[in-house]
Ligand binder design. Sequence first.
Ligand code: AMP
Length: 111
Amino acid sequence: MSTIFGKIIRREIPATIVYEDDRALAFEDINPAAPFHVLVIPKQEIVNVGSLAEGDAALVGHLLRVCGKVAEEAGLSDFRVVTNSGEGAGQSVFHLHFHVLGGRALKWPPG
Ligand code: AMP
């Protein structure tokens, strides 16, 4: 089922896109939790990490590479990549996404 991120992929709603290729899209989070907060998503509709299939491995590797690339392009040497899988873990949009957070000190463990 399509989500708000599907609408961003199809350009039905606006987003500040920072990276795009044939498989991935990266855009600024509308409610940033850090000075740098970008979401990296697959164009393919995948719900979350819990729903990944073996055949998605190359795509997920690519998405993580895109996370590194957007952080590098922003000049960040230290950053965090987070993905919430399931409502109880804090997932609110059911289209796989990696949060790339940086630009401030990040505590561990997260809430
Ligand atoms: P999660 O809670 O892990 O599912 O993360 C969803 C993220 O999507 C949140 O950080 C939201 O702020 C962000 N978000 C929701 N709608 C939009 C939107 N239209 N454009 C950009 N980010 C959004």
